[in-house]
Write a protein that binds this ligand. Structure first.
Ligand code: NAD
Length: 552
């Protein structure tokens, strides 16, 4: 079979743009993904569809789906088509949800082997992945926030150490470069390094630690931004740097540490040995991976003790290390709580748009619109300028921008008008990361140390999905963790199609305001004053049950 790429242009294969848009989004995650043959998009096992027969069944169904019909998908497999109504979602999905005590990685692998379930990542099975760009602004904002908090606003002359150049981690070198730092990324798989260089996300490659450190030091001295990929195992390199007395300014890791069987590669073994253990000694592999992670995290703690700013970038590495006996693992901060929560309190989060025509000019036109019409929004303007200059096109041209409540609607409705009036070559699909204000419960990532202790309550993403269905979104999905994330998270995703129609105006307004509105209320409910103020300032109808406290 030919390699799948997303269709470009404005010719429809489906009965309308809503169906066509979702089909292109599916093709696009495969085009951008890490291993198309296995349908794997990112995060070790994050898949776009259950298997190839499900993929073809989805494509066929979407081509024949009428307005007023809804396709139901369970863990990447299309189950049936139901008569709904023209404002109902085109697709509803549930991926990888297991009940409480059954939600373990062992049960997940077992069900996966039986072909009954897939780990959809956040944006893989939801067809919202836009390549490494998807998390780049988040990583950039974290680096910028660290610069403001610890380095007088600039990372010029600073050294960032990280690991993992996969589907998401691949954004780190460019984010570090854009923030002005010298960034060293340790990656065990040379092919991944080559892929990031080819995509324009990474500048240099070496197998030699000394050479890498030489380049980093030179760039640091000159105050120049630089990204270096070092082909090695992070569990070897991190302790080696500690023993040499080298203390980077910032340290993190974005290997697939969440998955001990299919993700993280333990040090001391070749790829071949790891593959062999995966097939024949899965328990041994998981034990070795945990041991290796523990070594790496011990080194991260040593960096912290020596003065580095160290944070967990959302890969469950602290949890794995704690289970591997590193008692201090949770002394490392999680990025969300440490750097992003004030933004999430205002529902400012990773909003995305994709030019379905395939024309990069459409993204440029939207960039220009934003620079002109959101000129007072410092975060967005700074980001769009940088993105315009540095972010390469991967798959269908796309952009990410951290917009908040009402801002997303303002932008999306304006874009819908640009589609209607022919200022863009074709329709645009809007989505966001699941890691957004209302839509994710993950007590070790998104909702760690919530003010009211509500870290593990998964009602919020479920309410978010139901509200988005009621608000007439085009695709709504509920995910829970798979692989090593099993039992650790629940999240919800949403996609909307701006096809220039009046009904799209209605959908965009309703869904986007309700999606972020619930996000603000989630944080207001937990007692965050920024969120309480945002709700009041923006007129979000919060019900204050305290007012009824003296009524029995
Ligand atoms: P991926 O599986 O595509 O890539 C992981 C990379 O790590 C691979 O290239 C692999 O070769 C490398 N690796 C594994 N073990 C290594 C080791 N010991 N030393 C050096 N390199 C090693 O995964 P991804 O999509 O890049 O995601 C990485 C992690 O980040 C996952 O745990 C994912 O869930 C998490 N994640 C976090 C966020 C966020 O918002 N912060 C977003 C997406 C993903």
């Amino acid at each position: 079979m030919d390699r799948i790429t997303a269709k470009r242009g404005i010719e429809l294969r489906c009965k309308g743009w809503r169906q066509e848009a979702l089909l292109r989004m599916l093709e696009n995650v495969l085009e951008n993904g890490e291993n198309q043959k296995e349908l794997i998009v990112y995060a070790a096992l994050g898949k776009a569809a259950r298997n190839w027969q499900s993929y073809h069944a989805i494509v066929d169904t979407l081509k024949n789906l009428e307005d007023g019909e809804t396709l139901v998908i369970q863990s990447g497999k299309p189950i049936g088509v139901f008569k709904t109504h023209p404002f109902a979602p085109v697709i509803v999905m549930a991926n990888c949800n297991m009940v409480g005590k059954w939600a373990t990685s062992e049960n997940f692998y077992d069900l996966m082997e039986k072909g009954l379930i897939i780990w959809g990542g956040l944006t893989a099975a939801a067809w919202q992945y836009i390549g490494s760009q998807g998390v780049i602004q988040g990583t950039y904002e974290i680096f910028s926030s660290i610069a403001r908090m610890h380095f007088e606003g600039s990372l010029k002359g600073r050294f960032i150490l990280t690991a993992g150049l996969g589907g998401m981690g691949g954004s780190q070198p460019l984010a570090g470069f854009m923030a002005g730092a010298a960034i060293l990324c340790v990656e065990v798989d040379e092919a991944r390094i080559d892929k990031r260089i080819a995509a324009g996300y990474l500048q240099r490659k070496t197998h030699s630690l000394d050479e890498a450190l030489g380049w980093i030091e030179e760039a640091r001295q000159k105050g120049e931004a630089l990204s270096v990929g070092l082909c090695a195992n992070a569990a070897d390199v991190y302790p080696e740097l500690v023993s040499r007395g080298i203390t980077p300014d910032i340290v993190t890791d974005q290997t697939s540490a969440h998955d001990l069987l299919y993700g993280y590669i333990p040090n001391g073994f070749t790829f071949e040995e790891v593959r062999e253990m995966r097939a024949n000694q899965p328990e041994k592999l998981q034990k070795e991976a945990r041991r290796s992670i523990a070594q790496e995290v011990e080194a991260m703690l040593a960096f912290k003790d020596n003065g580095s700013i160290v944070f967990d970038n959302g890969n469950n590495i602290r949890t794995q290390a704690l289970q591997g006996g590193v008692e201090r693992a949770f002394e490392i901060d999680i990025f969300t709580e440490a750097f992003l929560r004030p933004l999430f309190c205002k529902a400012i989060g990773p909003f995305r748009w994709v030019a379905l025509s395939g024309d990069p000019g459409d993204i440029k036109a939207i960039d220009d619109y934003i620079l002109k019409n959101f000129a007072d929004n410092e975060i967005v303007v700074n980001w769009i300028r940088l993105a315009n200059q540095y972010i390469p096109v991967e798959g269908l041209p796309a952009r990410i921008g951290w917009f908040g409540h009402q801002e997303r609607t303002r932008l999306a409705v304006a874009v819908n008008d640009m589609v209607r009036t022919g200022k863009l070559k074709g329709p645009v699909a809007f989505s966001r990361d699941h890691l957004d204000a209302a839509s994710m419960t993950h007590p070790n990532i998104m909702t760690e140390r919530m003010k009211d202790g509500s870290d593990a309550i998964a009602d919020w993403p479920l309410l978010n999905a139901m509200l988005n269905c009621s608000s007439m979104a085009d695709l709504v999905t509920i995910h829970s963790g798979g692989g090593g994330y099993s039992g650790y998270m629940t999240s919800a995703g949403v996609t909307l199609v701006a096809d220039g129609s009046e009904s799209a105006d209605i959908r965009l307004r309703t869904v986007l305001d309700n999606d972020t509105g619930l996000g603000v209320l989630r944080y207001a409910d937990a007692g965050y004053s920024i969120a309480l103020k945002e709700a009041e300032d923006k007129g979000i109808r919060r019900i204050d049950t305290e007012r009824y406290s003296n009524q029995m």
